[in-house]
Design a protein around this ligand. Structure first.
Ligand code: PCA
Length: 178
């Protein structure tokens, strides 16, 4: 990999080590650069198909920052592998947006700040998704194996993720009958 062409990518969900989409990062085209977390509190919620969404910040102009510093991993990704990641995350379809984010990489004496990129919920639906999930109360700091156990891979989905997001948003959670 030509390191000067690599893009630093912060992953917080299914691309982490041991998670379902990690094989895309496991080849020679990406190299692990450390465990990391968002340098500022951010908002991470779980949407349809148990897919995680880190929200752009601020998710709603009038609200506060997120609740947790979200944990993940940092990778140096080759241009070729970045194309594959963009395809998985549907950046061309408006599913995720690959955006700049500052992360703190663990290691030697408290860590260092790195400018990276991450796949964030597209602003077209981010706020509505966050509200539908339950807002601040639904925010988590870590996408865990329990979340991943309920993850439905793209090949097993009844519909595309963007469509599923819109259906999810349009259908409020059913409240218990009185
Ligand atoms: N894959 C990307 C974004 C959300 C997801 O599941 C990641 O792991 O960072």
């Amino acid at each position: 990999m030509e390191s000067e062409e690599a893009t630093m990518v912060f992953v917080y969900g299914t691309l982490k080590r041991g998670f379902p989409n990690h094989p895309l990062l496991a080849g020679a085209a990406a190299s692990f650069a450390g465990n990391a977390s968002t340098s500022a509190p951010a908002s991470l919620v779980i949407g349809p198909y148990s897919v995680p969404f880190l929200l752009p910040s601020p998710r709603i102009a009038s609200s506060g920052p997120g609740s947790h510093r979200v944990s993940g991993e940092l990778y140096a990704v080759s241009p070729h592998a970045l194309v594959d990641l963009d395809t998985l995350e549907g950046t061309h379809l408006g599913v995720y947006e690959r955006r700049r984010i500052t992360v703190l990489v663990e290691g030697g004496g408290g860590g260092r700040e790195v400018e990276a990129e991450a796949y964030l919920a597209n602003t077209s639906y981010a706020e509505a998704l966050w509200l539908r999930c339950g807002g601040e109360a639904a925010e988590i700091g870590d996408y865990t194996m329990d979340h991943a156990a309920r993850y439905v891979a793209p090949t097993h989905r009844a519909s595309g993720l963007l469509h599923a997001i819109h259906i999810f948003i349009a259908n409020p959670p059913t409240s218990p009958s009185p």
